[in-house]
Design a protein around this ligand. Structure first.
Ligand code: IPM
Ligand code: MG
Length: 370
């Protein structure tokens, strides 16, 4: 099936443009080899947009995203914009984009990549075949609650508010239960219901949604314990469901288990076009040095192919080629063993490109039909 799609690319800041090139490359190759018609539109977001237009999310960018079939975002933020107050920063562009597109689901798969098994900080008997999915609520909670600064008797106070409605919890829980139904039928919902009112409603509502899915085993866990369990025994989890804030923290912790935050992709879904982005930040210290790891970005592109366009053959092609590149021992600095030779982001992208070509030419040999 030949598809015609418009893809918006939002490279953003720091290493964002470098890793976006990796995703764009992969998508471009898929279009070329499988005769799809992908039209790419590149627009500014974050600090790059502040520099260009004065704000982190120009109307033109949001409009293009609204009309797109899928969006890819690199990363936003950096020291250049650190003195800008919360609310006008590069990160605000990303939050306004998520909100503006109604993206309330953020799916973060954390899966061991076999050739990278030995860089996990966990012992082999703990990391095993780690394969979990973090379902993070993306449009509510502390990220979007009331916040501010007040002066009380000459002392400054700042506040942020965590608040969730039943409706917001139901829709993200429903998504998580659907995911669990298609996997090993287990969900762990993470909250702080021993302290927070919003977590008590979260727990009650997730349990109520759970009654609709009697074949999925639901467990609740406090977030502090979940952080510990992720380190001690991560393979006990399958789908982990959590709030915007806890999901943000737990996904970085989970990423470290498989070796690097640079490896993890994400997909966000909601009422309009889905958005795909690696979970890492703009890594200002690596920017411009060709030292970024493009794998999180490449896997975000394969999530786009599979989950937005239904192109699983194309996604398999990229992922299998990626594993073969890693099997040859090629590593970016963040995933290299001490003393081993490393390659830059652009060489890694080129090697993947070559491997994809080889795989295509030997499609029969590798056992899948093109
Ligand atoms: C992420 C990032 C963002 C978030 C930042 C850049 C606003 O950490 O996508 O995990 O907190 O959501
Ligand atoms: Mg984060």
């Amino acid at each position: 099936m030949k598809l015609k799609k418009t893809i918006v690319l939002l490279p953003g800041d720091g290493i964002g443009p470098e890793v976006t090139r990796a995703a764009a490359n992969v998508l471009h190759e898929c279009a070329r080899e499988f005769q799809h018609q992908f039209t790419f539109l590149e627009l500014p977001v974050g600090g790059a947009a502040i520099d260009k237009t004065g704000g982190p999310l120009p109307h033109e960018t949001l409009d293009a995203c609204r009309k797109a079939d899928a969006i890819f975002l690199g990363a936003v933020g950096g020291p250049k914009w650190d003195s800008i107050p919360v609310g006008k920063r590069p990160e605000t562009g990303l939050l306004e984009l998520r909100k503006g597109l109604g993206l309330y689901v953020n799916l973060r798969p954390v899966k061991l990549i076999e050739p990278l098994r030995n860089i996990s900080p966990l012992k082999p008997e703990r990391i095993r075949e780690l394969d979990i999915e973090i379902v993070r609520e993306l449009a509510g909670g502390m990220y979007f609650g009331e916040r501010g600064n007040v002066k009380e008797n000459g002392v400054e106070r700042a506040f942020d508010t965590e608040s969730y409605s039943t409706r917001e919890i139901e829709r993200i829980a429903t998504f998580a239960f659907h995911r669990a139904e298609a996997r090993s039928r287990r969900i762990c919902s993470v909250d702080k219901a021993n302290v927070l009112a919003s977590s008590q409603l979260w727990r009650r509502t997730v349990s109520a949604v759970g009654t609709v899915y009697p074949n999925v085993k639901l467990e609740h866990m406090y977030v502090d314990n979940a952080a510990m369990q992720l380190t001690l025994n991560p393979t006990q989890f399958d789908v982990m469901l959590s709030t915007n804030m806890f999901g943000d923290i737990l996904s970085d912790a989970a990423a470290a288990l498989v070796g690097s935050i640079g490896l993890i992709p994400s997909a966000s879904f909601g009422s309009s076009a889905p958005l795909f982005e690696p979970i890492h930040g703009s890594a200002p210290t690596l920017a411009g040095k060709d030292a970024a790891n493009p794998i999180g970005s490449i896997l975000s592109a394969t999530m786009m192919l599979r989950d937005a366009f239904g192109l699983s053959l194309e996604a398999d092609w990229v992922e299998q080629s990626l594993v073969r590149v890693l099997n040859t021992g090629v590593r970016t600095a963040d995933i290299a063993e001490p003393g081993k030779k490393t390659v830059g982001c652009s060489v890694f992208i080129d090697m993947l490109h070559d491997e994809m070509q080889r795989t295509f030419e030997h499609a029969e040999k590798y056992g899948w039909g093109v």
